[in-house]
Design a protein around this ligand. Structure first.
Ligand code: GUN
Length: 289
């Protein structure tokens, strides 16, 4: 039987443990960890993600504020908000929801966030620490969630496994490759220009799919028994159900018949991303003492 990895449950367990740690932290230090989220524009998916992030931050006993900015906001104005939050000792985590409108330089925004408050782990200092294996950095949330779920499926030990990462984004592909390397995996990063991608994936003990293409990974690409972690969240129109549904980058119906373990969409990596964000916010608060 294929193990359907329950990301919702794993995330709930993380939140329960964190909630106790937050209570103790507040008792001892008289400081409540604070995550402030900047949301630019009215992208419906981003609005849902931000709402969930804020609600769950509050549920574990931390403070969360939202700064909503119009789609036509200037880069200067966003930078002014970040400068103010960087200087505010009551704010421990700053998150700017992506994507940003086309007229905004995303790199300039992410690099302006004080690295100790960069709970997304996207600042060059944090990615530099991750790539060099230096301690004390904040690690991107989705990659962290992927590795936790892969370890759950494989009895905590990924050493020597061949991991194939599909996608080379700064948010998922590159950092998850580094985390898997830290776990002593043999790592291949495959992407849109990779030749014979199905053949490459067939060599994988662990597949991390983060390409943003609905149902991209097929059943006959998968080595029997492999662990498949699906990062994709794609909204497609389902003819049979006559409505829009969310599907991953993995063709679940096919792959579930071959894989040893697989994450569903929704209910797999998604909840873990937020759980890891909460952990990073708490970590940022502890580092602020
Ligand atoms: N948009 C999609 N994923 C993410 C994420 O992990 N962090 C931020 N800030 N924006 C996102």
């Amino acid at each position: 039987m294929t193990n359907i990895i329950d990301g919702k449950l794993a995330a709930q367990q993380i939140r329960e443990q964190l909630s106790a740690k937050v209570d103790a932290f507040v008792d001892v230090n008289g400081i409540t960890p604070n995550l402030t989220v900047i949301l630019v524009g009215d992208n419906p998916a981003s609005q849902v993600y931000v709402r969930n992030k804020i609600r769950q931050t509050q549920q574990v006993g931390m403070i969360s504020n939202e700064i909503k900015l119009a789609d036509n906001v200037s880069q200067t104005e966003i930078l002014a908000h970040i400068a103010r939050l960087n200087a505010d000792h009551n704010v421990h985590g700053i998150l700017v929801q992506l994507p940003l409108p086309k007229h905004i330089d995303e790199h300039a925004i992410l690099e302006a966030i004080e690295p100790h408050k960069d709970v997304d782990g996207f600042h060059a200092l944090n990615s530099g620490k991750l790539f060099s294996g230096l301690p004390g950095g904040l690690v991107p949330c989705t990659p962290q969630g992927c590795v936790i779920l892969a370890k759950k499926a494989l009895g905590d030990n990924l050493s020597g496994k061949h991991a194939v990462v599909l996608g080379r984004s700064n948010i998922v592909g590159k950092p998850v490759a580094m985390l898997l390397l830290q776990q002593n995996c043999t790592v291949t990063i495959a992407h849109s220009r990779t030749e014979n991608i199905a053949q490459v994936v067939r060599g994988a003990d662990i597949v991390i799919a983060a390409v943003g293409i609905a149902n991209f990974v097929k059943g006959d690409w998968i080595k029997p028994g492999a662990t498949v972690i699906d990062v994709g969240i794609n909204r497609i129109f389902d003819e049979q159900q006559d409505k829009y549904t969310l599907v991953g980058d993995v063709d679940f119906a096919e792959v579930v018949k071959v894989a040893g373990a697989i994450t569903p969409v929704p209910g797999g990596v998604g909840p873990m991303t937020i759980a890891c964000l909460l952990e990073n916010t708490f970590l940022a608060a502890t580092h602020s003492l």
